[in-house]
Design a protein around this ligand. Structure first.
Ligand code: TRP
Length: 339
């Protein structure tokens, strides 16, 4: 064989989109974002703002706009290399809507109606159960399949949607030959699962009406300290990990994720000390953990020109890949191209 031929191994594709529905929390950071820069070293990664998904809930136009810019700036501030990874806004790549429609026609009403998130959301937003809410998972499937993603890092609440994307991909592959990579959930190092500071048996959520229950990624050090100091604990006064102590255990898991210390080491460190000392240390660790991200974000959010030019680059690169898949799908289905 010709020794000059270079075989470059193709990296596997990982894709994840985040909805611009409010500032992400410390839970989103420790559970996902913190690992993305590391993940991006080993995979061909695409990250995006799922702004089309977020209009299933009515939002003031000004608010939507500032949230899209904020989430995009957050993605740019995670230490990812925007030259190597594609960081894009979903609505700026028209193929998402186009493939989304096509996938609607290959998804049964009953399949979409079974989605537990649709059932939950139609109860929660009973005054606006729109068709977009119903077809949300087919748009998500389009997001994934357009880029031939091998892996999608998903939380528990998105597993069923990924399962549907797999079913649709398999179904269309059987009908038309190999159109799509069938995506699998990304099994990486499990990120920390962060619970509410006020009800530590519930997941920390950015939409919790009690703002003391979550730490936003953009909270100032003062606010972080205040929120951790008022976190719900118990009356025992001893720092150790136990299911019976969800408040303290949650703070321990946060502290461990930020410092790399094991639970044993943490128990040792706070042996004989009270919750006051422990909470101060947790707050300090969280503030330090978010500091580099925060510095980068503050710089980027004030540089609108950089944000817009990054969006343009991201959209162009994403579209180039998305178009390849969409063209193939349309051709196989029987649409006519004049090219
Ligand atoms: N539905 C996801 C969520 O709410 C966001 C999302 C949209 C997504 N498209 C995606 C996640 C594609 C992974 C892949 O969290």
């Amino acid at each position: 064989m010709d020794g000059n031929i270079q075989v470059t191994e193709k990296k596997q594709v990982v894709l994840s989109l985040v909805q611009p529905t409010g500032t992400p929390t410390l839970g989103n950071y420790l559970g996902a974002f913190k690992n993305w820069a590391k993940m991006a070293e080993d995979y061909d990664c695409l990250f995006g703002a799922a702004d089309l998904h977020s209009i299933t809930v009515r939002t003031e136009p000004k608010v939507l706009k500032s949230r899209i810019i904020e989430i995009y700036a957050i993605l740019l501030s995670l230490g990812l290399n925007p030259e190597k990874n594609i960081i894009f806004v979903q609505s700026q790549v028209p193929q998402h809507s186009q493939l989304g429609w096509i996938l609607n026609c290959y998804t049964q009403f009953g399949e979409a109606a079974r989605m537990t998130q649709f059932k939950d959301k139609s109860k929660k937003y009973a005054e606006n159960v729109n068709v977009g809410l119903f077809s949300y998972p087919t748009l998500m499937a389009a997001d994934i399949l357009l880029y031939q993603a091998d892996f999608v890092p998903v939380g528990e609440d998105q597993k069923q949607h990924l399962e549907l994307a797999r079913d649709i991909a398999t179904r269309m592959n059987n009908l038309y030959g190999n159109l799509f990579t069938v995506p699998a959930p990304f099994i990486g190092k499990a990120g920390a699962k962060v619970m509410s500071l006020q009800e530590p048996t519930k997941k920390m959520s950015k939409t919790d009406p009690n703002t003391k229950s979550f730490i936003s990624m953009l909270d100032t050090p003062d606010v972080i300290l205040k929120k951790i100091k008022s976190a719900v604990t118990d009356s025992e006064g001893k720092v150790y990990y136990s299911e019976e102590k969800p408040g303290i255990s949650n703070l321990m898991s946060i502290y461990s994720a930020c410092t790399g210390l094991s639970y044993e080491e943490i128990e040792k460190e706070f042996d004989g000390k009270g919750y006051g000392d422990f909470k101060a240390a947790v707050a300090e660790a969280v503030i330090e953990e978010l500091r580099p991200f925060r510095a980068e974000f503050d710089r980027i959010i004030n540089d609108k020109a950089y944000i817009l030019s990054s969006m343009e680059k991201g959209a162009e690169r994403a579209e180039k890949r998305a178009r390849r898949t969409l063209d193939k799908v349309m051709k196989k289905i029987g649409f006519v191209s004049y090219r």
